[in-house]
Design a protein around this ligand. Structure first.
Ligand code: GDP
Ligand code: IMO
Ligand code: MG
Length: 444
C-alpha cells in the first residue's frame, strides 16, 4: 500500500497519461483481429486482453509459421512486449498452460516471463466447461435449438462472477483452505442445478494447487500495473478485443452471444482504464461476413456464393473446428458496431477472398414491411424477418494477394473499398490481402 500512496503523490491527477489503442471485432468474430494486433504489436510495449476467455481463436502468421492464440494476447509473439491478461478475462488455467506449452514447442520461448495476469481475473473451472455442455443440451431439449457455444465454460464462469460465487486468481493464490471451501460450495451449487454433474473435487484441488504455483510469478495487481503503465514514461499500449460487437452480451444478437462486453467499454472495465486514456479504436471487419454458431444472419448466403466464401476463405473455427457460415458484407452491422465503439479507423481484411467473383454484393440497409429501418433490431424474431437492401459491384477478377500498396489494387477493388469507407463514415486504414503479416496494405 505504501508504494501506491507514494506513487499517487508524485503524479498530479490532471496527468492525462498514455493513450491505449484498442482493436475490436466489428462483426460476429474471426475478422482477423489477431493479424491486426500482430501488426501493431511489433511496436507495442504492452498488449492486453480485457474480456472473453479461450472461446477466442486468433490466428497469426509470421514467417510462414501459423500460431493460434486463445487466452494469450497475440502480442506474446513479440519478445520485446509484455502481455497482460486483465481482470475482465475468464481464465481456464489448464487451457492457458496447454496453449503456452504448445506455442513453446513451436518456438515461442520465454512466454511465461512476458505474461502478466491480473489478480482480479475470474477462473474458469473444468466443471464450468461441463456445465456449458449440459446447458447446451438443455437448450436443445427445451427450445429445439442451442447457442452453439464453444463449450469452453465462458457462460457459466461469467454467471458465477455475476452471481458473486465465482473465484478469482487472488483467491487461488491466497489461503488455499479458504479457496477449497469456496470451490466445494460452488461445485455443490452447480450439482444442485445439474444432478448429473460429477466432479472429483480432491483431484481438481490438487491440480489447481499446482497451477497456482506456476501462475504465481505472473500475477500482479492489474489496476496498479495499468496505472503505472499509463502514467509512467511514454508507452505503446494495445488492447486486443476478443469475440466481437455482434456477440457482445449487451449489444449483440442476444441470446446468441457470448457473455462479456466485446465493445469498447470492455476495454475500460476489463483492465481498469479510465475512458480518457482510450486513444484509437480500430474496428476489424472482413470484406464479407461470417458467423459461427446459431443466430440470425441477414446477409447469409446458403448457396454457391456462401460455399465459395467458406472454402476460399478457409472459414473454419480456430477454437471449435466448425465451418463458419458465410454471406455478403453487411454494412448495417458494421455501422451499428461503429455507433457503439466510435471507431477511429477500420481494418478491412480478406479482400483477396473476393478476387474470383463476377459480382459482389454489400448489404446497406434493412427493410421491415417494405420500409427502411434506421436502427439495428434488438429482437431476434425481427432480425430474422428483415429484408436486406444490397448494392451490387462488379468483381475485379484479379489476384490481389501480391498488392502491397493502394495503387497495386484494381480500380474496381478500390471502388469497393471506397464505398465501404463512405458508407460506414470511418477511414479504412488497412486492407488485408493474405494471411501473413506483410499482406496488409496500409492506406495512411
Ligand atoms: P480473429 O479471431 O479475429 O483473430 O480471426 P481468426 O484468426 O479467427 O480468423 C481470421 C482468419 O483469416 C485467420 O485464419 C487469418 O490467418 C486469416 N486472415 C486474416 N486476414 C486475412 C486476409 O487479409 N486475407 C486472407 N486470405 N486471410 C486472412
Ligand atoms: P474470436 O475472438 C467467433 C460465438 C460462439 C457462439 C457464441 C457463444 O476468435 O473472434 P461462447 O463459447 O462464447 O459462450 O459462445 O459466440 N463465439 C465466437 N465466434 N469468434 C469468436 O471469437 C467467438 N467467441 C464466441 O460460436 O455462437
Ligand atoms: Mg477467431
Amino acid at each position: 500500500m505504501e508504494d501506491v500512496e507514494v506513487f499517487c503523490e508524485k503524479r498530479p491527477r490532471n496527468d492525462a497519461g498514455n493513450k491505449v489503442t484498442v482493436v475490436l471485432g466489428a462483426q460476429w468474430g474471426d475478422e482477423g483481429k489477431g493479424k491486426v494486433v500482430d501488426l501493431l504489436a511489433t511496436e507495442a510495449d504492452i498488449v492486453c486482453r480485457c474480456q472473453g476467455g479461450n472461446n477466442a481463436g486468433h490466428t497469426v502468421v509470421v514467417d510462414g509459421k501459423e500460431y493460434d492464440f486463445h487466452l494469450l494476447p497475440s502480442g506474446i509473439i513479440n519478445p520485446k512486449s509484455i502481455s497482460l491478461i486483465g481482470n475482465g478475462v475468464v481464465i481456464h488455467l489448464p487451457g492457458l498452460f496447454e496453449e503456452g506449452d504448445k506455442n513453446d514447442k513451436k518456438g515461442l520461448k520465454g512466454w511465461e516471463k512476458r505474461l502478466i495476469v491480473s489478480d482480479r481475473a475470474h477462473l474458469v473451472f473444468d466443471f464450468h466447461q461441463v456445465v456449458d455442455g449440459l446447458q447446451e443440451t438443455e437448450r436443445q431439449a427445451q427450445e429445439g435449438k442451442n447457442i452453439g457455444t464453444t463449450k469452453k465454460g465462458i457462460g457459466p464462469a461469467y454467471s458465477s462472477k455475476a452471481s458473486r460465487t465465482g473465484l478469482r486468481v487472488c483467491d487461488l493464490l491466497g489461503d488455499f483452505k479458504d479457496f477449497s471451501t469456496r470451490f466445494k460450495n460452488l461445485v455443490q451449487q452447480y450439482q444442485s442445478m445439474y444432478p448429473s454433474l460429477t466432479v472429483d473435487v480432491e483431484d481438481q484441488l490438487k491440480k489447481l494447487k499446482e497451477f497456482a504455483e506456476r501462475l504465481r510469478p505472473m500475477v500482479r495487481d492489474g489496476v496498479y500495473y495499468m496505472y503505472e503503465a499509463l502514467h509512467g514514461p511514454p508507452k505503446k499500449i494495445l488492447v486486443e478485443g476478443a469475440n466481437a460487437a455482434l456477440l457482445d452480451i449487451d449489444f449483440g444478437t442476444y441470446p446468441f452471444v457470448t457473455s462479456s462486453n466485446c465493445t469498447v467499454g470492455g476495454a475500460c472495465t476489463g483492465l481498469g482504464i479510465p475512458p480518457m486514456n482510450i486513444g484509437d479504436v480500430f474496428g476489424v471487419a472482413k470484406a464479407y461476413t461470417t458467423r459461427v454458431g446459431i443466430g440470425a444472419f441477414p446477409t447469409e448466403q446458403l448457396n454457391a456464393i456462401g460455399e465459395l466464401l467458406q472454402t476460399r476463405g478457409h472459414e473454419v473455427g480456430v477454437t471449435t473446428g466448425r465451418k463458419r457460415r458465410c454471406g455478403w458484407l453487411d454494412l448495417v452491422i458494421v455501422r451499428y458496431a461503429h455507433m457503439i465503439n466510435g471507431f477511429t479507423a477500420i481494418a478491412l481484411t480478406k479482400l483477396d477472398i473476393l478476387d474470383v467473383l463476377d459480382e459482389i454484393k454489400v448489404g446497406v440497409a434493412y427493410k421491415l414491411n417494405g420500409k427502411r429501418i434506421p436502427h439495428f433490431p434488438a429482437n431476434m424474431d425481427v432480425l430474422q424477418k428483415v429484408e436486406v437492401e444490397y448494392e451490387t459491384f462488379p468483381g475485379w477478377k484479379t489476384d490481389t494477394s501480391a498488392a502491397r500498396k493502394w495503387n497495386d489494387l484494381p480500380v474496381k477493388a478500390q471502388n469497393y473499398i471506397r464505398f465501404i469507407e463512405n458508407h460506414i463514415g470511418v477511414p479504412i486504414k488497412w486492407v488485408g490481402v493474405g494471411k501473413s503479416r506483410e499482406c496488409m496494405i496500409q492506406m495512411f
